[in-house]
Design a protein around this ligand. Structure first.
Ligand SMILES: Cc1ncc(COP(=O)(O)O)c(C=O)c1O
Length: 455
């Protein structure tokens, strides 16, 4: 104990807090460079992950800086992250949340807000979506008691088949909520036009597509910013990470108000954590049936959640955002090499194809086995070689146990047309990684292994 006291004295003796902090952060950077950045070289047969986080001392020093602030909840880094993310995407508003699933929940629930009057989604209303993808694109629709209407996807884009939209439409349709599958933008021109024609909301689940661009009305825009609301995930395998985290973005001030309220307990007040009286009317308004002047901080305009992230997550996110363009470039590069080197396998495998008018920021390299190729045998072979593989998430979500009690029941969900391609990807597709940490040696080994398996 005595030794500790002496050591601490020496460490910060005569220093201001700022100087002490600088010293700590320099040591953290040194630690990161020495123990985290000096990875062993890849050797053939080593595990090749489908994705992994890429970071350096900037993420770690930001994290520790935030820890030293000990603010813990959303604070200055959260504000900085939200501003930076909105600037990057060129949108007006961004709200940081604690996961991509929370982002989807919030995006959907914002559309149920009474503030949207007759355009709000009510229980029993229908939302057009796909069954081939990640479950939490669909879960918020089911949880609320709206009805997902599943339409098929196209192969090899793996996105919603826009020729099926019209058949899926009914008087009850209020929205389209779909993901840009593994970074490949869906046909935003057709989907957006359809939504505008029929006054439907459009939620772009952009969780797997941060950095993807789409040429919209002759102008390149980031996916997630063309519909009414976009969502991101910052779980480690994603394009950038903060451990757990997500974001919801929009250009619409009313939707942003709903998003903020629902994220922060349903409250009416827009103060940041720890802030008071931002609106300057904390005690001089009347809300609902509350007494006049009831503290605005405790006025609730929605039945909300608490989906905020911590400032430590945001601090990591700030450093990751500085790297996002290089991450996206490397993902594209890796995808291109895989594509070029697997071209001669097209008799056995269907290679992925980018949507027209798009520049995908690929999350993975999705392959569909042709009739002469056994997906399960190929996946097993690759896994045995140390190459991590992934399914297209749920495959067909309707086939999962969570549907066991409601399957073939037209009340809880609908299927419009056949889901032939959805069922096909469930049986025949899988994907491998393109994440920025992949080296040429790893990619060569993946290609070689696929070719050996299918020889
Ligand atoms: C398309 C899509 N949406 C939503 C999510 C959920 O994100 P999170 O894992 O951050 O909850 C994921 C997760 O990978 C996803 O792939």
């Amino acid at each position: 104990m005595e030794i500790m006291v002496i050591w601490r004295k020496e460490m910060f003796d005569g220093m201001t807090e700022q100087e002490a902090r600088k010293k700590i952060l320099n040591q953290v950077a040194e630690y990161c460079n020495k123990y985290h950045q000096q990875k062993g070289k890849y050797s053939r047969g080593d595990k090749i992950l489908y994705a992994s986080r890429i970071y350096d001392s900037c993420e770690m020093t930001n994290l520790v800086d935030s820890a030293l602030d000990f603010w813990l909840t959303s604070g200055k880094y959260t504000k900085e992250f939200e501003n930076k993310m909105a600037e990057f995407l060129d949108v007006r508003y961004c709200a940081l949340v604690n996961s991509g699933s929370s982002a989807n929940l919030l995006a959907f629930m914002a559309l149920t807000s009474p503030l949207l009057k007759e355009r709000r989604i009510q229980r029993g209303d229908e939302v057009i979506t796909v069954a081939a993808g990640f479950p939490t694109t669909v879960s918020p629709i089911m949880q609320y008691g709206a009805v997902p209407v599943f339409v098929d996807i196209t192969i090899p884009q793996y996105n919603i088949d826009v020729t099926r939209l019209k058949d899926a439409l009914s008087e009850k349709t209020k929205a389209v909520m779909v993901a840009h599958t593994l970074g490949n933008p869906f046909d935003l021109t057709q989907v957006k036009m359809f939504c505008e024609q029929h006054e439907l909301w459009l939620i772009e689940d952009n969780c797997d597509a941060l950095g993807s661009r789409y040429k919209w009305n002759g102008e390149w825009r980031y996916t997630g910013t063309i519909g009414d609301i976009g969502t991101s995930s910052f779980y480690p395998p994603h394009h950038m990470t903060m451990g757990e985290g997500g974001a919801v973005y929009t250009n619409d001030p009313l939707l942003y108000k709903c998003i903020r309220s629902l994220r922060d307990w349903g409250r009416d007040c827009e103060c940041m954590s720890g802030q008071d009286n931002r609106c300057r009317h904390r005690f001089d308004r009347q809300y609902g049936e509350l007494p006049f002047g009831y503290d605005h901080k405790y006025v609730y305009s929605h039945f909300g959640y608490n989906l905020k992230a911590t400032d430590m997550q945001a601090a990591i996110g700030c450093a990751q955002l500085d790297k996002i363009c290089s991450f996206v470039e490397k993902r594209r590069h890796n995808f291109k090499i895989l594509y070029q080197n697997l071209q001669d396998m097209q008799e056995k495998l269907i290679l992925p194809e980018a949507c027209e008018n798009s520049e995908p920021s690929w999350f993975g390299f999705l392959l569909t086995c042709r009739e002469n190729t056994d997906r399960n045998a190929l996946v097993q072979f690759l896994e045995n070689k140390g190459i991590q593989t992934r399914m297209l998430f749920a495959g067909n979500i309707i086939k999962h146990p969570c549907f066991d009690n409601i399957r073939n029941n037209n009340i809880y969900y609908k299927v419009s047309g056949s889901l032939k391609n959805t069922n096909r990807i469930m049986k025949d597709s899988f994907w491998i990684g393109v994440y920025p940490g992949m080296t040429k040696d790893m990619i060569d080994y993946m290609v070689e292994s696929i070719k050996t398996a299918l020889a």
